[in-house]
Design a protein around this ligand. Structure first.
Ligand SMILES: Nc1ncnc2c1ncn2[C@@H]1O[C@H](COP(=O)(O)OP(=O)(O)OP(=O)(O)O)[C@@H](O)[C@H]1O
Length: 260
């Protein structure tokens, strides 16, 4: 089953974007600031209707499917999630089970416990969300999405606030989810994570798809250098790539010259 976005535009944000994500795969959406990554993810989640176009889940328009089906199929972590009530970590995570309110309680309990374990929140489960650090809060919010056990996991910069060990563990979890047939779509600024862990990468620039395909192609040295305007070189072996950055182009370094 695919999750596809075909749109003519979202005024000022996206322009003729067409992309397809597949279950069983990790798809990374990359691009510079303001490229339209979050907007594309919001559209994929069905939370914004493009001016002309649609999101298709399994070939059917998402906005015509029932809200409960959508909530069960698509789990979405926004870039800056808000927590409306100061509940405990465990209660926050249990909210992820709302789309499955008729499920047997044992299933619900297991899903919550699995999410707590996946995000290493056992010791924080009774703590109010207002008394968490930024990274702990991000893990609790991710756990809420995981607790839904949706067919698709859509996450906007899920590693941004996480330390190294928790980021690595979450990436392993995403891979496991893809391996059991879920679809994973991540907005990522860290190009090395996309290069090493995604199955396919979509690069956006100024609201348009400018490269897509396997990471080695979509994030080739030439693409990175041109799109991010930053001379770059991949180091290491496939699966363990690191990005070496050179000096910025004259256009970018002109600013530095004026400031110094
Ligand atoms: N609510 C809004 N109304 C109008 N324009 C917006 C709105 N939110 C974002 N934009 C604009 O849409 C474009 C795409 O924004 P988007 O947040 O999708 O980019 P992004 O690639 O996720 O950026 P970043 O890496 O900075 O998070 C940007 O030019 C942004 O200024």
């Amino acid at each position: 089953m695919t999750l596809a976005l075909n749109l003519a535009g979202v005024a000022g944000r996206l322009d003729r974007v067409s992309l397809q994500c597949r279950r069983g795969m990790v798809t990374a959406i990359c691009g510079p600031n303001g490229a339209g990554k979050s907007t594309a993810l919001v559209c994929l989640a069905g939370l914004m209707l493009p001016d002309n176009g649609e999101t298709l889940l399994g070939g059917l328009p998402l906005h015509r499917q029932t809200l409960s089906r959508r909530a069960r199929w698509i789990g979405y972590l926004p870039q800056s999630p808000e927590v409306a009530w100061d509940v405990s970590v465990e209660v926050l995570i249990s909210l992820g089970r709302l789309p499955w309110k008729d499920a047997p309680s044992i299933e619900t309990r297991e899903a919550i416990e699995d999410a707590i374990a996946a995000m290493d929140l056992q010791e924080l489960r009774h703590r109010p969300v207002s008394r968490l650090s930024g990274g702990e809060r991000a893990r609790a919010l991710m756990a809420r999405v995981l607790a839904t056990q949706p067919g698709w996991l859509l996450a906007d910069e899920p590693f941004a606030a996480l330390d190294l060990a928790h980021a690595a563990s979450l990436m392993r979890h995403f891979r496991q989810q893809a391996n059991v047939g879920r679809g994973v779509v991540l907005v990522l600024h860290d190009l090395a994570t996309a290069m090493n862990h995604a199955d396919q990468v979509v690069v956006l620039e100024k609201g348009r798809v400018v490269a897509e395909g396997p990471p080695e192609i979509a994030l080739s040295r030439e693409v990175v250098t041109r799109v991010w305007n930053c001379p770059a070189r991949w180091l290491g072996e496939p699966g363990e790539r690191a990005l070496s950055l050179g000096a910025p182009s004259p256009a970018a370094s002109g600013l530095r010259g004026r400031l110094s």
